[in-house]
Design a binder for this molecule. Structure first.
Ligand SMILES: [Zn+2]
Length: 456
């Protein structure tokens, strides 16, 4: 494969060109209510040639490796039509030949489809029947195994296997016009057992959906808020991480100013990190989709803005080093600047010390959904609790945290030492490429005077 790709790129007239080719095996099915629907399995192959000439990009998407040289020529011709400036792609030192096979602890490919359907059907029964009041369910299983080959005119080649499995458990409860949902999801790049023994979680989502029907709405106004690690992680990714992506910054001079390296972003104990080389998480790869090795990038170090996330092109244009964050969702799609595993680093307080500092506040758990508009964000917690005298008390629904990300980062006045990373279903969406596997995480963090939407 390596030689075939490199031969096709030989004598290419562009300043730079690359071929990415992949094979993906997919299996997925879902229960919705009592019905099993949407079961599918299949293998897909395809790829993309990208070429850059005088700063302009051209691409050619293909299904088979036949006549690859003419596809390279098409991409180069397209790039030549577009290019009007100087090509500025950062240099990277990478070995000529890299092969990364998946290191699976428990291989999902060895388990029959019947077994998987029976397992997921059992969870669905629990979600639907564990407690009275659940109206419907969505219980979904998915797995895919991508094998990615890449070569560029710089002479480098890699092959990387990228497996993933995931499980969603969702319960829907209704009382008149009010609808509440309980959900959990699990994902792994290495281990089929992540979807086993989830009966307790299936029961938990059903119980929570029903309990939320009776829970009071969270009062609006300014509150001291403690974010559970899963909410901390989504906040780090959604509210801050996307602002760190250099393609976005390059196109938004105003945001580039606000995201200047060296700017004070919070207290000295605040560290936010993106690390595509971390462990074997679903956001982890050896190399990104331009062949750049992944790395640990400090976005905020000791409260100060320390770095941005880059592709070859954004690094070249902004005079920075590539960070291994050029990622594509699959065959036929170009890599764009994306996060990998993004988290707030652990602080020094215990969780108890963090809660002891709150006489009257809100504990925000899980993430239901949200929106960001530049530095402004609005996120809904899946559920939460009132905090009284440092103790977690009554369940609350409709917790909507809103505000300006820079102000909110400054309002973090306590960071616990219980950093947790989350590998969940779904993923990140950007530029029409969704869901990209990412993880996020953090410890419990405490916000002073955060804005909660809704009636006071
Ligand atoms: Zn995202």
């Amino acid at each position: 494969m390596k030689q075939r790709l490199l031969d096709a790129l030989n004598n290419c007239p562009a300043d730079y060109a690359e071929i990415r080719f992949e094979t993906t095996d997919n299996t997925g099915f879902a229960y919705r209510g009592k019905e099993l629907d949407n079961a599918s399995t299949g293998q897909f192959t395809g790829g993309i040639v990208r070429a850059c000439k005088n700063g302009g990009w051209g691409s050619c998407v293909f299904d088979t490796l036949d006549e690859l040289k003419s596809k390279v020529a098409d991409a180069c011709a397209a790039a030549t039509t577009v290019g009007k400036e100087k090509t500025a792609l950062a240099e990277i030192a990478v070995p000529a030949d890299q092969v990364f096979t998946a290191q699976l602890k428990n291989d999902f490919r060895g388990v029959s489809l019947d077994e998987k359907v029976a397992l997921v059907g059992k969870y669905n029964d629990i979600v639907l029947n564990a407690v009275p009041g659940v109206e419907s369910s969505t219980v979904m299983y998915g797995e895919n195994f991508r094998t990615v080959h890449f070569a560029s005119t710089r002479g480098n080649y890699f092959m990387e296997e990228r497996p993933r499995i995931l499980l969603y458990l969702v319960a829907i409860a209704r009382n008149g016009s009010q609808v509440q949902r309980g959900s959990e999801s699990f994902s792994s790049a290495t281990d089929f057992t992540v979807v086993l023994n989830r009966e307790d979680k299936a029961r938990e989502v059903a119980e929570r959906a029903v309990a939320l029907l009776k829970a009071p709405q969270c009062p609006g106004g300014r509150h001291h808020v403690i974010l559970r690690p899963d909410f901390t992680g989504v906040f780090a990714h959604e509210a801050f991480g996307h602002l760190s992506e250099a393609d976005f910054l390059y196109e938004n001079p105003q945001m580039r100013e606000l995201m200047t390296i060296g700017r004070q972003m919070g207290n000295n104990d605040l560290n936010i990190i993106d690390d595509g080389s971390l462990g074997q998480l679903i956001g982890t790869h050896h190399v990104d989709d331009e062949g750049t090795p992944t790395q640990k990038t400090m976005l905020i170090a000791n409260g100060v803005l320390a770095g941005h996330l880059h592709s070859l092109e954004t690094a070249g244009k902004m005079g920075a080093k590539p960070t291994g964050n050029a990622r594509a969702i699959g065959r036929g799609r170009p890599p764009i600047v994306r996060m990998t595993n993004t988290y707030v680093d652990a602080g020094t307080l215990s969780k108890d010390e963090l809660f002891a500092g709150v006489d009257d506040g809100i504990y925000a758990c899980g993430m239901q959904g949200g929106q960001t508009m530049m530095e402004m964000f609005t996120f809904s917690a899946a559920y939460g609790y009132r905090i009284k005298n440092g103790q977690v008390t009554d369940l609350l629904r409709d917790i909507v945290l809103t505000g300006n990300v820079f102000e909110t980062l400054h309002n973090i006045d306590g960071i616990a030492n219980d950093l947790t990373m989350f590998e969940l279903g779904g993923g990140c969406g950007k530029g029409g490429q969704s869901p990209l596997p990412v993880t996020f995480g953090g410890p419990h963090i405490r916000l002073r005077d955060a804005v909660i939407g809704g009636q006071q």
